[in-house]
Design a binder for this molecule. Sequence first.
Ligand code: DC
Length: 222
Amino acid sequence: MMNIAIDGPAGAGKSTIARKVAQKLSFIYADTGAMYRAMALYLHRRGISPEDGEAIAKTCMEPEISIEYQDGEQVVVLNGENVNSLLRTQEVSDMASRSSAVPQMRERLMELQRKLALEQNVVMDGRDIGTVVLPDAQVKIYLTASVGVRARRRYLELKEKGGDPDFATIEEEIAARDHRDMTREVAPLRQADDAVLVDSSDMSIEEVVSHIMTIISDRTGI
Ligand code: DC
């Protein structure tokens, strides 16, 4: 199977770009952040505190999480329920970022991720795909952008949805999330030694996609 790993911080455009690359290659797109978010939703519903590592380690063993594909779109199924539309709230983002530091939670989701990659050609995005989950992926990309650019993208996205976001708050939240993701003990966010760095700060989505397609074709001949 062909495995393409795309890692990087929140807001670098990973999911948009990974989805488009997967479409071009006719591969499955696997969004591992959504799996962490589904688990986080479960923890949140159970009233678990994001600070309570012990309770998280125990409770994350309870739910059945699976991945299905409908029209090429990944659907995360939590105990039989399609939870895709419930994964983007601030509570879930915060719980996902904090609970993803718990080793038991990572182990559980990694099993699911490896199984997907064994069975299908995938473009998988996350934080530790090239370093931990799929160390043998044929192509690894580390996709990043400056904090300012990522905050601006998020700000515009929220504004477009009719919100009244505060730019400084968004910038602070992104910087805090980066710090947590990069300094946690287990599987911290970092560029794999054999990953290609792509900085999307001054690139359009289409430019990034075509740049990554070139990297993939140079490395694999497809
Ligand atoms: O990519 P995202 O924002 O949807 O990810 C949500 C959280 O899950 C993020 O704060 C870090 C965590 N995560 C992780 O630890 N490892 C992954 N492979 C993917 C996400």
